[in-house]
Structure formats: structure tokens, C-alpha cells
Write a protein that binds this ligand. Structure first.
Ligand code: COA
Length: 165
């Protein structure tokens, strides 16, 4: 496929192995990837923006992914994509519920800019039930999150959840 810049956006509070799996698979298709970390004042976050970006960078380093950039954005995703000169937005689909929501978002984004395409990738089946909220719930009640988040971030997540008990 030709060299195309792709945005993989999300809140990543925290970044999961499901997200990492998506980045690994997107990087098999595209050379130029930007992970867009949303500054979302409406969502109460467990981790600050800087912490989320650092945890993603650490996870990429641990997984030996050297060519992916991590940036934050606020406002419209399509404006961020334009600022980055990206022409593709990549989204993971876990369930049919995701698909309904993502389709609506893709249509809205296409309405805003027809030059930017959204592509959907089915998540790997072993990560299809994971969300950042589920990880926070499991961790909060002392459950094992080791198979759900990058190893390099486990301690930081467990400690933050403990502080928030
Ligand atoms: N593996 C594991 N978890 C995944 C996942 C995967 N592959 N894909 C998604 N998730 C989880 C996320 O962690 C998140 O969990 P949470 O709700 O428990 O926090 C949940 O699924 C939803 O993820 P997502 O749809 O990526 O939501 P988000 O809030 O992380 O990011 C944006 C959504 C950033 C793409 C979207 O809000 C956006 O574009 N905002 C900007 C405003 C805009 O332009 N809107 C559209 C035009 S109107």
C-alpha cells in the first residue's frame, strides 16, 4: 500500500493490550502512524494526558515499535487529522455495538471532510471484551490485569487504582 499517514485515536485511559494489538496490525498496513490521545474534559480520567502519552510510549518501546508517534488533540478528530496531514483514521471494532457507533462517527467525519477515510479493523478475538473501564474495574477490586495491559504499565495502573480506592 502507498505511504499514507493514519491516525489511531482514543482516550487510552489506560492503553490496553487490545490497543497495542491494533497499533501492531495497523503498522503492517501503513508506515506512518500517529496515535491521537484525546483531551476530553467530559470524561473523568484516571490518568493525566501526560501520563497516558508516556504509558503509550513505554508500551510501544516495550513492544519494539519504533516508528509510531504519540500526540494529543482536543476538539474535532477531523481537524487533528488535517493538522497532521493524515488521510486515514483507523478504528478497531470489537462488537456489533462498536460497529453501529463507529459507523455513525465515520459518517460524521466524512461529512466534515471527504478527503479523510475511516477504516475499521476487527480487534483480535482475545481482546474483544476488553475496555479501559473493564480493566479499571478488575484492577480496583484486586483482580489480575496482567494479561490485559502492557507489562511495563501494570504497576503504575495498580498503584493509581489503589490510591483511588
Ligand atoms: N482494545 C481494548 N479496548 C478498546 C479497543 C481495543 N482495540 N478499542 C476501543 N477500546 C475501548 C476504549 O478503551 C474505551 O474504553 P472506555 O469507554 O472504558 O474508556 C472504549 O473502548 C471506547 O473507545 P473509543 O471509542 O476509542 O473511545 P474513546 O473515548 O477512547 O475515543 C474518539 C473516541 C477519540 C475517537 C472520539 O471521541 C473522537 O473523535 N472525539 C473527538 C470529537 C469528534 O471529532 N467527534 C466526531 C465528530 S462528531
Amino acid at each position: 500500500m502507498k505511504k499514507t499517514k493514519v491516525i489511531y485515536p482514543g482516550s487510552f485511559d489506560p492503553f490496553t493490550l487490545g490497543h497495542l494489538d491494533m497499533v501492531q496490525r495497523i503498522s503492517k498496513i501503513f508506515d506512518d502512524i500517529v496515535i491521537g490521545v484525546l483531551v476530553n474534559p467530559e470524561k473523568k480520567m484516571l490518568f493525566s494526558l501526560e501520563e497516558r502519552k508516556e504509558m503509550i510510549r513505554n508500551a510501544l518501546y516495550e513492544a519494539n515499535i519504533g516508528h509510531v508517534i504519540v500526540e494529543d488533540f482536543n476538539g474535532l478528530l477531523i481537524d487533528f487529522a488535517k493538522d497532521q496531514k493524515a488521510t486515514v483514521i483507523a478504528r478497531g471494532i470489537r462488537t456489533s455495538k462498536d460497529f453501529d457507533y463507529e459507523l455513525q462517527m465515520a459518517h460524521a467525519n466524512r461529512h466534515l471532510d471527504k478527503m479523510i477515510e475511516t477504516i475499521f479493523l476487527p480487534t483480535s478475538v482475545e481482546y474483544s471484551y476488553i475496555s479501559s473501564t473493564i480493566i479499571k474495574q478488575i484492577g480496583l477490586f484486586g483482580g489480575d490485569i496482567t494479561a490485559l495491559v502492557p507489562a511495563v504499565n501494570i504497576l503504575q495502573i495498580a498503584e493509581r487504582l489503589k490510591e483511588n480506592e
